[in-house]
Design a protein around this ligand. Structure first.
Ligand code: FAD
Ligand code: 2HG
Ligand code: ZN
Length: 482
């Protein structure tokens, strides 16, 4: 990848403009280009895999300031990378060269909440967990939850169309987001911040920003419909002898828990061994199993839910679908069980790096990809217990309820030979099953070269046409998937 010389290089004059437009405190500059010091956190990603060379970070405080910033960048051909909480897993929030980082972190106000409809309107930079805590006080819940909730921002969530742990229950952001305020590269403020549930008046253009990954504009405000907070939440954790049985457990959960089922997560044995090795926490079950499932129910009537869950548990135990299980007795225990699922990504990074594949595959074959990948690395003699092997483990876990697998290969070091063994192998495998090479994390830089495994030539051409229409100078998040 080469720097696109159509983009201008940053000068002191540019920096002065931004300082005047939005204030000194909202501009962090280091024109020497070392990428160190104050700018370092903006130039590296959560996985420590990507490293940018931004010399300037700008933090507009309002849509108007964002408009002034982007208009100037567009007129002066300065490339920009929108950044929220910087928890993205595909390198989308990190500059590739010297693009300016435009951060939404100063835009962190809750604008309004309607207690009757449950519609919340927020600035893009509100941290997901802060929004959920605000909603908890109003007996509502944010319809998205994920492990990075303490840092990721709602603008980033919407820009990646994040899926998370409860999509099964509340559906995707494409359905829950009712309106968006965004700024286009030419400074136009798109005010589509509708709070209407139904609005069939032509093309639904806000959908382009949901999952757009910062390639056509920057989201500054979001309106979203939030459900009532369910008063009764139960969490159960099971051990199972096979993936076949995990599928049976899912079928039973859907049929017996039906409307109260709010999460169905899968973790393989290796993923739990790793969480155990890193955290040294006491395992929830006494014996070890090749597979584990975490089930959450959320309902409005505690007695009714407990009765349902107990019947379900009796059934799956007596039918020997699950081998052992534990039911959280209170909120603390429920959180403790969730850690065995939510903690997997962080624990996996403990030894060095992780190759991550976030894929949709029809359920019957979901786990086969993990086994085939493991076999492939063994055949190539790239995986083993000692330092001479670059790979340590192949792990599968994820949102089984959404047929979304996270295939993670934990490595001692990033290594070309592993990369060659995994790619395009994984993508070809997915394509053969008509799956998706990116279920919920997006394409960013990591999956840029592989979009063709999930999208046709025609679809890619239409996307490029849209990109050109919104961003004719190509300044928005360049070098990424489009
Ligand atoms: P960033 O990382 O800052 O940005 C992500 C992308 O969006 C970039 O391309 C960026 O340019 C663009 N962007 C950011 N803000 C804006 C904006 N306001 N306007 C336009 N473009 C913007 N993802 C899931 O889907 N499900 C999960 O369960 C999940 N769990 C995770 C667990 C952990 C521990 C971690 C580290 C990540 C997880 N993720 C998950 C990935 C990540 O948290 C999500 O993609 C999240 O939505 C990113 O939000 P962010 O604010 O950090 O965005
Ligand atoms: C999760 O579900 C996240 O935990 C992260 O989407 C998955 O790190 C990953 O591969
Ligand atoms: Zn996930």
């Amino acid at each position: 990848l080469k720097r696109d010389e159509r983009f201008a290089r940053l000068t002191d004059d540019h920096v002065s403009f931004f300082q005047k437009a939005i204030g000194d405190a909202a501009v962090i500059a280091n024109l020497s280009g070392s990428g160190e010091g104050d700018l370092e956190v903006f130039n590296k990603d959560w996985m420590n895999k990507y490293r940018g060379h931004a010399q300037l970070v700008i933090k507009p405080g309002s849509a108007e300031e964002m408009s002034a910033v982007l208009r100037y960048c567009n007129e002066h051909h300065l490339a920009v990378v929108p950044q929220g909480g910087n928890t993205g897993l595909v390198g989308g929030s990190i500059p590739v060269f010297d693009e300016i980082v435009v951060s939404t972190s100063r835009m962190n106000k809750i604008r309004s909440f309607d207690e009757v409809s449950g519609i919340l309107v927020v600035d893009a930079g509100v941290v997901l967990e802060a929004a959920d805590q605000f909603l908890a006080e109003k007996n509502h819940i944010f319809p998205l939850d994920l492990g990075a909730k303490g840092s990721c921002q709602i603008g980033g969530n919407v820009s990646t169309n994040a899926g998370g742990l409860r999509l099964l229950r509340y559906g995707s952001l494409h359905g829950n987001v009712l309106g968006i305020e965004a700024v286009l590269p030419d400074g136009t403020i798109v005010d589509d911040l509708s709070t209407l549930r139904k609005n069939n008046t032509g093309y639904d253009l806000k959908q382009l920003f949901i999952g757009g990954e910062g390639t056509i504009g920057i989201i500054t405000g979001v309106s979203i419909i939030c459900p009532r907070r369910p008063p009764a939440v139960n969490v159960a954790f099971f051990g199972l002898e096979s993936y076949e049985l995990a599928q049976r457990a899912f079928r039973e959960a859907k049929s017996q828990l039906s409307e109260i089922l709010s999460a169905f997560e899968l973790m393989d044995g290796t993923s739990q061994d790793i969480v155990h090795a890193v955290t040294q926490r006491k395992r929830p079950l006494e014996s070890k199993y090749p597979f584990y499932c975490l089930i959450e129910t959320s309902g409005s009537n505690a007695e009714h839910d407990s009765a349902k869950l107990e019947t379900f548990l009796e059934h799956v135990m007596s039918q020997e679908i699950v081998s052992d299980g534990v039911l959280a007795q209170d909120e603390t225990q429920a959180k403790e069980l969730w850690k065995w699922r939510e903690g997997v990504p962080e624990c996996l990074g403990h030894w060095g790096g992780v190759y991550k594949y976030d894929v949709s595959i029809p359920l019957p074959e979901l786990y086969q990809l993990v086994e085939d990948t493991r076999a492939r690395l063994h055949e190539a003699k790239l995986i083993g217990d000692t330092d001479e092997y670059p790979a340590l483990n192949v792990v599968g876990y994820g949102h089984m309820g959404d047929a979304n697998l996270h295939l993670n290969v934990a490595v001692r070091r990033y290594d070309k030979a592993i990369e060659k063994a995994l790619e395009p192998f994984v993508y070809e495998w997915i394509q053969k099953r008509k799956g998706s090479i990116s279920a919920e994390h997006g394409l960013g830089l990591a999956k840029k070269a592989f979009i063709g495994y999930s999208k046709s030539e025609t679809m890619i051409r239409l996307m490029k046409d849209i990109k050109r229409l919104y961003d004719p100078n190509g300044i928005m998040n360049p070098y990424k998937y489009i």
